[in-house]
Design a protein around this ligand. Structure first.
Ligand SMILES: CSC[C@H]1O[C@H](OP(=O)(O)O)[C@H](O)[C@@H]1O
Length: 368
């Protein structure tokens, strides 16, 4: 995606040194655009744990490069397995992380130690290129949904703006490029469709207020940040034509894990007959599990993310302030699970499908 006219991906290998891995520090956005140069596995692991880099597809891609960096230090099989396990353990919910590491190991276990660094960078690069292509395809398939809404509104007459609601950040900065939930929105905007996005702030880390708003604003897409609790009210008033979100893991029967609060939006959407669509590349499908509620591990993050909020002070300094009384405890589940029955459909790189075992098996017979 472009930032001030310059095209970027969210991760890239330094063209000069040929090995260091560059990412944007997402904890500094939207106040500063800062590139981090990662030169070792531990730095990559820390960047994922601290959410300097985040987003299910992107943490998979960056972890893949993290393994390449680790192999530069020690390409023995024991070290490779240890470092791969370390990277895979950084965050538990997004299946893309486990998928990317497993894909790297599958290739590297069949590679001579002397060739592993070269092969690792090659495979990580393929993972990135495939993510970009998948997300662009998701954009095209999701665009058709937005076009349908726009056409229906045109036929009906009256207010023409297609009003979408999204939760958290599933944009280009959460993937290698394009994004998942935001890809159709970018394409609709670029196609001249009048869209407006309600952006859930997405407490506690405010990925919506900080990252989705920054992305959409940078691309000129109309948007309004709302509190997480406002979505149901907007739907009741007919101000939401469709909800579109990303995901971190989808089960083989279509249960969806996504940022905490997604389930509540899906429940409100169902209660107000608002279509609720989930955008994902097939790397986000966990074919080994069915019941999301009992089988998807939900990341528990620090209480400090709830008791404190980060923002820019009036003097321009980015700082964190406490919003709870001293001594008050906080729970911080980072994801929840939306049952397939509340999902209108899945937007994949191969097309739109039902959030069901049959729908996924029909779309991905080669995986199911
Ligand atoms: C296309 S990103 C998918 C998913 O990842 C985000 O989680 P986090 O910000 O904790 O990495 C969020 O749940 C997005 O919807």
């Amino acid at each position: 995606m472009k930032i001030q006219g310059v095209a970027y991906r969210s991760v890239w290998v330094d063209p000069d040194d040929g090995f260091s891995v560059h990412i944007f520090d997402q904890t500094r956005l939207p106040w500063a655009l800062e590139v981090l140069r990662l030169t070792g596995c531990d730095e990559v692991a820390e960047a994922i744990v601290s959410m300097k880099v985040r987003g299910a597809p992107l943490i998979g891609a960056v972890a893949a490069y993290g393994l390449a960096l680790a192999l530069r230090v020690d390409s023995s099989s024991d070290a490779m397995e240890r470092d791969a396990a370390r990277l895979a353990s950084t965050r538990p919910t997004a299946i893309n992380l486990r998928w990317a590491i497993d894909r790297m190991l599958t290739r590297l276990r069949n590679t001579q130690a002397a060739d592993r660094v070269r092969v690792a960078y090659e495979e990580a690069g393929l993972i990135c290129d495939e993510d970009v292509a998948q997300n662009e395809a998701i954009g095209r398939h999701g665009l058709a949904l937005i076009e349908q809404i726009a056409n229906a509104k045109r036929a009906k007459g009256g207010e023409q703006t297609v009003k979408l609601l999204t939760h958290c950040n599933a944009g280009w900065i959460a993937t290698v490029d394009w994004g998942t939930a935001l890809a159709p929105i970018y394409m609709a905007h670029d196609a001249g469709i009048d869209v407006h996005v309600w952006v859930d702030e997405t407490r506690p880390r405010n990925q919506g207020a900080a990252l989705t708003a920054w992305e959409l604003g940078s691309h000129g897409v109309g948007h309004t940040v709302v509190s997480d609790n406002a979505g149901g009210h907007l739907m009741q008033r007919g101000d939401v034509d469709m909800v579109i979100v990303g995901t971190d893991r989808v089960t083989r029967r279509g249960d969806v894990a996504n940022k905490i609060g997604t389930y509540l939006k899906a429940a409100a959407a169902r209660d107000n007959d608002v279509p609720f669509w989930v955008a994902l590349p097939s790397t986000t499908i966990d074919w080994t599990i069915s019941d999301g509620l009992t089988e998807i591990p939900i990341e528990e993050r620090s209480a400090a993310e709830v008791t404190h909020v980060t923002g820019r002070a009036s003097d321009g300094a980015v700082t964190s302030v406490q919003v709870t009384p001293d001594g008050t405890g906080a729970a911080n589940p980072a994801f929840d699970v939306t049952p397939a029955r509340l999902v209108s459909g899945l937007i994949t790189e191969r097309g739109l499908c039902d959030a069901s075992a049959a729908g996924l098996a029909a779309m991905f017979p080669d995986f199911a």
